[in-house]
Design a protein around this ligand. Structure first.
Ligand SMILES: [Zn+2]
Ligand SMILES: [Zn+2]
Length: 137
């Protein structure tokens, strides 16, 4: 298992360290996006700054993507293997207004946006809000 995780890290050119392996394991076990505070609760012995830096490294190496779902804290979820985190690779997200969980809608690429002349896109976050399958059952 750890070997598999180390491979994922090295494939994304990230040096496997103990903390990085722990954090990636946690991300792999999630079906939803998680934020820094949730991560902190899971790993109380690890410094917040270390966890934060780990997330930054993962984002910079296209292992995870950051999601702005309108809540105060950014959430993070794993990218697809071939993700380059360019606008074309971005997908929609779903925010459940009951349980406040955020999910990747990987099948739904963000739509092509027609911008006026001389407007440049930097990032785009498309969040669909509603009730998730667990809250709906
Ligand atoms: Zn829900
Ligand atoms: Zn996503």
């Amino acid at each position: 298992m750890n070997e598999e995780i180390e491979n994922i890290l090295t494939n994304k050119k990230i040096k496997p360290t103990a903390v990085r392996i722990l954090v990636l394991k946690e991300l792999l076990s999630q079906s939803k996006a998680i934020n820094l505070f949730e991560l902190e609760k899971k790993f109380e012995k690890v410094e917040r700054t270390t966890l934060f830096r780990t997330l930054r490294t993962f984002v910079q190496n296209n292992l995870i993507h950051e999601i702005d779902d309108g809540t105060r804290a950014a959430k993070y979820a794993l990218c697809d293997d071939d993700c380059t985190c360019k606008i074309d690779d971005l997908h929609l997200h779903f925010f459940c207004t009951r349980c406040k969980k955020t999910f990747c809608l990987r099948e739904n690429n963000i739509p092509t946006i027609q911008l006026p002349d001389n407007f440049l896109v930097e990032t785009a976050s498309f969040v669909v809000k509603g009730i998730c399958n667990q809250c709906n059952s």
